[in-house]
Design a protein. Structure first.
Length: 186
């Protein structure tokens, strides 16, 4: 392995990774990015052949398994990408996504592409996960492998600026730079 000391790469041992020189998953900073995953073939067969829902579940399960060495799971996923070979499969792929991520609600993209390296494949997926400081991410100086049981995603309010914390009445009045001082002769 080569690269930055702050970057961790996980290999799965697949021939594809070796052939093209890639990693299954890469952690850099507070992000873990999982490479494109197709349905996991068993004995040369594509699971759920001609079944986009089953292929999507298989591909996402493989992608989620790639997060395990980092101590992460579906609750850590902040972005998903789904590549489909047919627009007719949008509903079934979306149903599988909702089943796995409906409570997490990551940012999601679905794109129809011309095809895949294996013509039996109907869908390929990618995921990106967030390693919080509480989960042992880089801000805590950890590897991301530690995750307290109570650290689950949920609705969060965006950070507020100090000015937003003040009531409008307490905020100083702003005047344009070219306006005269109050009480000054015009």
């Amino acid at each position: 392995m080569t690269g930055n000391a702050g970057v961790r790469r996980e290999q799965s041992g697949s021939a594809w990774e070796e052939a093209i020189g890639s990693a299954r998953a890469v952690a850099a900073g507070d992000r873990v990015i999982v490479a494109g995953m197709m349905p996991d073939p068993t004995d040369g067969a594509v699971p759920g052949e001609d079944e986009p829902y089953e292929q999507t579940l298989s591909a996402f399960r493989s992608a989620l398994a790639a997060l395990e060495p980092f101590g992460l799971d579906a609750g850590s996923v902040i972005r998903t990408r789904m590549y489909l070979s047919h627009a007719r499969d949008v509903d079934e792929v979306g149903r599988a996504h909702r089943e796995l991520f409906g409570l997490v609600r990551p940012a999601a993209t679905m794109v129809v592409v011309a095809g895949f390296s294996d013509s039996r494949v109907l869908v390929e997926v990618e995921i990106e996960a967030y390693r919080s400081a509480a989960a042992g991410g880089p801000a805590a100086g950890g590897s991301g492998a530690e995750r307290p049981a109570g650290d689950r995603p949920g609705p969060q309010e965006p950070p507020r600026s100090p000015a937003a914390e003040r009531s409008p009445a307490a905020a100083p009045a702003q005047r344009p730079p070219h306006a005269p001082e109050p009480g000054a002769a015009a």
